[in-house]
Design a protein around this ligand. Structure first.
Ligand SMILES: Cc1ncc(COP(=O)(O)O)c(C=O)c1O
Length: 356
């Protein structure tokens, strides 16, 4: 018998969240971003749930080929383009749209027989200083792609560094427009945060939502629920043991938690080897039989300890929700000093996945 832990993935929630993205996109086309194993939800599973998207955006050629092998015919955007000259023949063969972001990629393409036509994205660095052409080498990229009859279309894209934060998108958007104003092409700008908060300015021709599709909020000051999003992944388990503590007794590795009074500890079958954040401190919420309780002491590899003092349903076998339905993963991430992105992506392979 497997341990009681499992991740339940709701395809209804995934579909619902895509509908919300579409509403904000208001006619712009939608790349469903499904990199990192569909943000931990399973690549093929999310591709199926997002069949109403206009295309899929990801990173790895292996993943793109898995989608094609599974019969996916929609456009696939390779968010980091290609990595070596050996990758280039795969572009036309598997109808992949590379994001071309540097002169080295232009050099790998130049003069190559691609075997047919491909669409391409040209990524502009509008201030994030991660990937993308700057104004001084942008025209080299643009002209090379324009002059190559094997390039069917070029879309200009950029990525916002702080659409979810205080800076917003204004400065990057202005800079992007200023440096690209003479180039006639469709645009793709918005991630989830830009789409949700600055839809009118950023939706352009193609949007690229990721995290919102999985039911999480990109914003620290606005919950997923308030945005109308539904959690797609619920991580749940059970209490496997109870401990009655006297005042002054301590809990877990390092004895880091000491009971102030008599208390009952529920030991839950979930630890950092399942993807639960080791840095979740005492006080991080969990749901025990539907009621809020709190983690106490250190998270260990396979277990966490929860204060269930006085809780009626707290018995061995009681259901526990670590995150998901009724307890947002954003809240757990905030307690652990990270983001929902990281928690979702780090769901461990050992956790059985159930689809609903
Ligand atoms: C280029 C690009 N576009 C879109 C996204 C989706 O971002 P989010 O998950 O914040 O919506 C990402 C994710 O990192 C990205 O790198």
């Amino acid at each position: 018998m497997p341990r009681p832990i499992r991740a339940t993935i709701s395809s209804a929630a995934l579909k619902h969240n895509l509908k919300i993205a579409r509403r904000f996109a208001a006619g712009a086309k939608v790349w469903a971003v499904i990199k990192a194993n569909g943000y931990g939800h399973g690549l093929l599973r999310v591709a199926k749930a997002f069949e109403a998207a206009d295309g899929f955006a990801l990173l790895d050629f292996v993943d793109a080929l898995r989608l094609r092998a599974a019969g996916v015919q929609k456009p696939i955007l390779m968010l980091e383009g290609f990595f070596t000259p050996q990758d280039v023949p795969f572009l036309e063969k598997y109808a992949l749209t590379p994001v071309i972001h540097c002169v080295e990629q232009i050099a790998m393409l130049k003069g190559r027989d691609l075997g047919g036509q491909i669409d391409a994205y040209l990524k502009i660095n509008s201030g994030m200083n991660r990937l993308g052409f700057s104004p001084d080498n942008m025209l080299l990229g643009w002209n090379t792609l324009q002059d190559d009859p094997q390039i069917r279309s070029v879309t200009l894209m950029t990525h916002f560094a702080d659409a979810d934060g205080e800076s917003g998108v204004r400065a990057q958007l202005d800079w992007f427009k200023q440096i690209t104003h003479s180039l006639e092409a469709p645009h793709s700008l918005a991630n989830s945060a830009a789409l949700l908060r600055y839809a009118d300015e950023t939706r352009a021709d193609w949007v690229r939502p990721g995290i919102m599709l999985y039911g999480c909020s990109p914003f620290p000051d606005q919950s997923a629920e308030a945005l109308g999003l539904k959690p797609a992944m619920t991580l749940s388990s059970e209490i496997i043991a109870l401990q009655r503590l006297q005042p002054g007794e301590r809990v877990g590795y390092g004895f880091s938690y000491e009971s102030a009074g008599a208390m009952t500890i529920g030991v839950v079958a979930c630890g950092y080897a399942d993807g639960y954040p080791r840095h979740a401190p005492t006080g991080t919420p969990v749901l025990v039989a539907g009621q809020r309780a709190r983690v106490v002491g250190r998270v260990s590899m396979d277990m966490i300890c929860v204060d269930v003092t006085g809780m009626s349903g707290a018995r061995v076998g009681a259901p526990v929700t670590l995150w998901g339905d009724g307890l947002s993963v954003d809240e757990i991430a905030m307690h652990a000093g990270t983001l929902s992105y990281e928690l979702l992506c780090r769901l461990a392979p050992r956790v059985p996945v159930v689809e609903t």
